[in-house]
Write a protein that binds this ligand. Sequence first.
Ligand code: C2E
Ligand code: MG
Ligand code: MG
Length: 733
Amino acid sequence: MKNSLQRFLMWFACLLGAAGGMVLLAAPFYSAVQTDLTAQAREETVVSNGVAHYLSEIARKSVAQTVWDDAVAHLDVKFDPEWAHQHIGIYFAQTEGLDAALVLDRDDAPVYAMRAGRAEDPGAARTLAEASAALVRAVRAEEERRGPLREALLRGDTRMRPVLASHVATLDGEPYAIAASLVQPAFGAVMPATSRSAIVVTAKRLDGDFVRALSEKFLLADAELVQGLADAPQGRARALLRHDRQSVSATLLWTPAKPGAEFLNKTLPPTLMLLGSLAGLAAILYRRGKLATQNLISSEARASHLAYHDTLTGLPNRAMLSENLARSIAELQRDGRPFAVLCVDLDHFKEVNDAFGHLAGDELIRAVARCIQTACRDSDLVARLGGDEFAIIQAGAGADCAGALAGRIVSVLSQPIELQVGRVFIGASIGVTLVAEGDDTPQECLRRADLALYRAKAGGRGRFVFFEEEMDATVKTRAALQSDLREALARGELELHYQPQLDGRNEIVGLEALVRWNHKTRGSVSPSAFVPIAEETGLIEALGMFTLRRAFEDSKNFPGVKIAVNVSAAQLRRKDFADQLQALVEECAVSPENFELEITEGLLLGDDPHTHEALQRLRSLGFTIALDDFGTGYSSLSYLQRYPIDKIKIDRSFIARLGAEPRADAVVTAMVRLARALGLSVIAEGVETEAQRLSLTVAGCPDVQGFLTGRPMRAEAAAVLLAEAEAPLRATG
Ligand code: C2E
Ligand code: MG
Ligand code: MG
């Protein structure tokens, strides 16, 4: 719609531009043509008048010889042929350049004729007499109107007014200017014999000389005289040489001046150049505009693609997933089509990312995206939610279908993936929720799939779990626990218990501080339950500082033994943790050498320089570092070598297997040897039986901790235990 309007406007503008250009071009042409037409009409009038004037001048040439007393005496009173030849024939031919002359007596009978300067038989000059008959009649009529000469002279004219008539007529097939003039006295010295006088007729051929003379006088180009009435051809002007009112004897043709065309010729090239430049400019502006519009459209498209897609994999992102979820819910409400939502999380992505770097991490995410897409149908929507999390909307899926897809993805992602850095194993956990009721929101669908995913992870990873209502209850319990823990911390309801660590001689060499929470309604809550919550919610800082402070204070009642304090990875990641600890050491006035910080293996992964530095600083303050739960994480030999660690604590799961599984002893022995080889101390935790202790002694690990050495106990009880252990020594010492 928007596009077609744009196209219409563009074409409209083009049309308008073209029409404007045409008008700009046509206007000068039109005005030039009009100017030329007007100029021609004016020129024709001027030339026509000029020609008429020129002809009357020719006619008037005879007046000099006819209005003359001598002429009256020799042509009228008594005709003198010799005088006529001298003063009419010769004079007109030689002086005035006329071609023929004829003298008519008072009865209009020809008495003298001249042609081309020679006298000829007056009777033979019939053609001239015929051609001038009308003129003669006109002269006679005028003569009659004038009345008797004497009266005319008495009216006071000093010189007689000539009686003259002229026209253009064809003579022997050629145009002639013919004039008839009445013979009259100039001053009345000689008077005609009767009331009718003689008439002199003259003829001048309108030949090349005549045309040349006109051309020079009126600046005519290519002038020519044609017989009769002629139409002016295209681009020519004409002036008519009339015989009388009705008929035309000749037409003068010439090429008129064309001021309009000349003006156009001069102004057209610059106008065209200007128009061309304007058109060029318009074209450039149009192209620029079009390019800018196209860029805008493509950047808009890019922006909208970016807004709805993940840049790394090109998959739809969370925003698009939400929109599609809303659409699926609307479809479910309309036609009852159920669907499933799957949340996929990679199990060991962080390890790969930490170990091989971000480029490998990106490559892995792209490979996983391809695997998931391959496992899905085209009608399913696969989105990346961020990090190593993906989500799928499986259209039209029931439990079987969703289970099959989840199983497929778990299975395909349990296979090794080839990256440039080598082969990696990642595995995936999936939470699935079925949506068959139309009253859910997209957020609710995702929350349920996420809860199920959490369960899948907690249940050992590499599996898929369907959402069940009971999970909500667990979450609620967690949420309640979280707010209770916050209060408990504030009210000081937490306390520390201590578990002894014995060496091979059964002497207490250390105490591990273990936090305890006696909940007012739930009873004793295990730190395994609330420490992870504290870590997730940030409460771990307060909890950690509480533990450290209490351990520092309690340590004053435990002289000579090392206190082991568990430190969470979240605490250690704080940049100022070492500073906090140093400040606390000073505040509590204790010696760091008396404390051991227990960290877990996970912290060492990623080879983070900050962790490295933090551990170095803690060690330089005097603390020793123990690696807790050794054997359950993923730390490699290289980490153990590189990190500043003093001791490993073999995890209780290995100890529990001693005596129960055939290779358990060998595994523990290997761990002990590894520790020794790296110059680290070693202790076993979770030692419950003498048999286990014996196996450990054999394996080379005499230091133990566990129920065998004593259950975690209150600080007072631990102090008493220590005092009792000291007493026999004092007694013997
Ligand atoms: P951990 O550091 O490995 O602590 C040893 C755990 O094993 C303690 O459980 C202890 O009660 C239990 N235990 C000791 N001897 C035996 C035995 O012979 N058999 C068996 N089956 N268990 C034994 P607890 O106190 O529930 O602590 C669990 C975990 O909570 C600890 O594991 C530690 O990771 C964490 N934790 C405890 N206190 C703190 C604390 O103050 N701060 C932090 N960050 N974490 C703590
Ligand atoms: Mg511990
Ligand atoms: Mg442990």
